[in-house]
Each structure stands twice: as C-alpha cells, then as structure tokens.
Design a protein around this ligand. Structure first.
Ligand SMILES: [Ca+2]
Length: 206
C-alpha cells in the first residue's frame, strides 16, 4: 500500500530509496549507491557508507521548506554488518541552521545527541542489531523547551524517549544519513541505508 492510499495520511515531505544515482542527495565523504549485498529493502539499490575514525561518510538532502514546529517523522532502514565494534557511530542528522543538529547515535545504544538543548540528549538501552535490516523511525516534536520531544522506534517498538527538550533552532531544513559521524574511538565502519521517508505523520515500516 502506498502512502497516498493510507486514509488520513498526509503526503511525505520526502521519500527516496537510492535507486539509480545518489541524486537528489549530495555526497559528503565516502558514500555511494550500491546494488548490495545486502539485498535492498526495496528497489535495486541502497546507500553504502564507509568511514574511518573521526570521519563522516554521509548523504545530505535539503527539505523543500524547514519544519519549524510540530511532529516530524523520519524513517530509514539500517544494516550494520558485523566485523567492527560499534562504540561511537552517528547515523542520522536532523539539521537546523547554524549546525544546530539533532543526531541519532548508536554508541553503542540508540539515542540522541543534540547541539540545541543543554542537556545534550540521552541514550536508550537498545543497540541496533548486526547483519540484518532494521527499521528505525524518529519522532521529533519540534518546539522550544519544555515542549520538544525525541523518540526512537525500532521495528515498530519504542526504543527510547526524551521529553522536556528544546528541539527548535530555526527549523529542520536538511536530513543527512549514512555515517554522519564516526568518533575518534570508532573502528572503521560500514553502514548500509535504504528507504528514507520524511513526513509530518507516522510512517511505519515496509
Ligand atoms: Ca532502495
């Protein structure tokens, strides 16, 4: 069922599965489209990101208009192959002007790093599994403190939640995905991504 067939659903702001070329994404570091393996979650291609320590390997796309308030949903699939330890890996950024980013970290548990709120974010108890595709959906309610929230849903189950946040710094105007940052202590890493959707209403998994 397509999104436009879901009763009451609004059209997504953005949806892309890395088919054909990287366009409309811009490469920043070691990213490219790949036919796999692993087999794509949909279509014939995925995003391949490979980074060393203290590096970025990410695809970036600007949204048509910034999201300045209310719920913002971002859904993506991730595949982290085994063979390296995950200690400081960031895999998604919700960008606002002035590098005021909210970052989905997996270090090694899923969580939030934020440059907007003085609390800095937090971390849950769930680490992304290895050698399998995992559906991850962020719900960020974009508001000034104390009305901002951040939730991470993994395969449809709530993996972490933070409320009382400041999540507004001008509005979310760009999404970046892949290895948005590998920390200085992170071993060289590979992350595959696919099926990215940005929406004002819940997206769900394929
Ligand atoms: Ca795809």
């Amino acid at each position: 069922m397509g999104f436009d067939e879901v009763a009451g659903a609004t059209a997504p702001l953005f949806a892309d599965g890395f088919e054909g070329t990287l366009t409309p994404w811009i490469a920043n570091g070691g990213v490219d489209v790949s036919g796999g393996p692993p087999a794509p979650t949909e279509g014939a291609a995925i995003l391949l990101a490979q980074a060393g320590s203290a590096m970025t390997a990410r695809a970036e796309v600007d949204l048509g208009a910034p999201v300045t308030s209310g719920p913002l949903f971002v859904r993506a699939y991730y595949y982290l192959p085994s063979g390296y330890a995950v200690t400081d890996l960031s895999v998604l950024e919700l960008h606002q002007p002035g590098q005021a980013n909210m970052v989905l970290v997996n270090s090694p548990q899923v969580g939030l790093y934020t440059a907007i709120d003085a609390r800095g974010g937090g971390r849950g108890a769930f680490a992304l599994p290895r050698d399998t595709w995992t559906c991850v959906e962020i719900l960020a309610d974009i508001e000034d403190a104390p009305d901002g929230t951040w939730e991470v849903w993994v395969d449809g189950v709530l993996a972490m939640s933070i409320s009382g946040l400041d999540t507004f710094a001008g509005g979310v105007n760009r999404i970046t995905i892949g290895i948005t940052w590998a920390g200085a202590g992170q071993e060289p890493s590979t992350v595959y991504s696919d099926s990215v959707v940005v929406s004002r209403s819940p997206i769900g998994c394929l």
